[in-house]
Design a protein around this ligand. Structure first.
Ligand code: C5P
Length: 289
């Protein structure tokens, strides 16, 4: 095998609760994450030049040096294992960047899996999860995929039943959100409403889409949506356009809504485009189990 192509799929948080602050600066979470069809594409090729390493991407503003999680992931494996050739990686991004959709973590997870396959590296799944957890809190989930309850920093993963099919609108408003800043400014004692994650798990087990959507909730909205009223506006608009419910994903700023019918999903996107011509990042997607 001279090369390999890997899909790197986005995630949403169906619910997200922060249950405590940890000594290592991170927070303990209880969140249900769901993989989406929406994906980036990674092409990894062997290059027969010693010590060759290059990463390129279609997104001009994205760094392709040691700040990119793909590069961090590749280097993590290169340090641990004998990789006999140089590596060229092409990253085609479709997932909005800095959006709360784990795009960078998905790319890192796909890169780890791709390199293990391409070079037949002797890495167990558990080792890969450990390497992934060091790269980013969402990487272990991205390595697992599907529908999962994620706890701890995000690395304690309990797979749940597959999520029933549904149409999803994603809108990433044109505002900048820093995840560390959102967590830093979250006031744990002041959180008024927390999602009922146990009820959402029961709804997932029962394949009850309305039940899942009615338990949407994200405590990080108390920071991000307070900064940016557009988030609440988009949630409201999605509901007016027939969404079962809508909520912010991760630390934001992306808002997503669930639709039972494809036509309503499309009509909602058209309305968003009409009302918010400055928003350039929106997608229609679906669940990936
Ligand atoms: O691990 P990752 O780099 O994706 O996390 C980004 C930032 O989000 C961390 O530096 C931390 O400030 C915050 N975070 C947190 N608790 C988590 C996950 C992320 O405080 N469980």
């Amino acid at each position: 095998m001279e090369g390999i192509m890997m899909s790197a799929r986005a995630k949403i948080n169906l619910s997200l609760d922060v249950v405590g602050k940890r000594a290592d600066g991170y927070h303990d979470l209880r969140t249900i994450m769901q993989t989406l069809e929406l994906s980036d594409m990674l092409t990894i090729r062997k290059v027969y030049k010693p010590n060759y390493f290059k990463c390129v991407t279609n997104v001009k503003f994205l760094p392709t040096d040691g700040r990119n999680l793909v590069v961090i992931a590749a280097k993590a494996l290169m340090e641990r294992y004998e990789i006999p050739t140089g590596i060229f990686i092409k990253l085609d991004k479709q997932i909005p960047v800095s959006a709360g959709l784990a795009g960078g973590s998905a790319d890192a997870a796909a890169c780890l899996k791709g390199l293990v396959k391409l070079f037949d590296l002797p890495v167990s799944d558990a080792e890969l999860m450990e390497i992934g957890a060091k790269i980013g809190a969402d990487v272990p989930f991205c390595l697992t995929g599907g529908t999962c309850l994620c706890e701890g920093k995000g690395e304690i993963i309990t797979p749940l039943s597959p999520h029933p099919p549904v149409y999803i609108v994603l809108v990433r408003p044109h505002v900048h959100v820093s995840t560390p800043d959102v967590f830093k400014r979250l006031k744990l004692d002041a959180i008024q409403t927390r999602p009922d994650i146990t009820a959402q798990i029961s709804a997932i087990e029962a394949r009850d889409i309305l039940g899942i959507a009615s338990q949407f909730g994200n405590v990080l909205e108390s920071v991000t949506a307070a900064d940016y009223p557009i988030i609440e506006e988009l949630k409201q608009l999605m509901r007016e356009m027939g969404a079962l419910n809508a909520v912010m994903s991760g630390s934001g700023p992306t808002v997503f809504g669930y639709f039972e019918r494809k036509e309503s999903c499309r009509a909602c996107l058209e309305r968003v485009k009409q009302l918010y011509p400055n928003i350039k990042e929106y997608r229609m997607t679906s669940i990936r189990n």
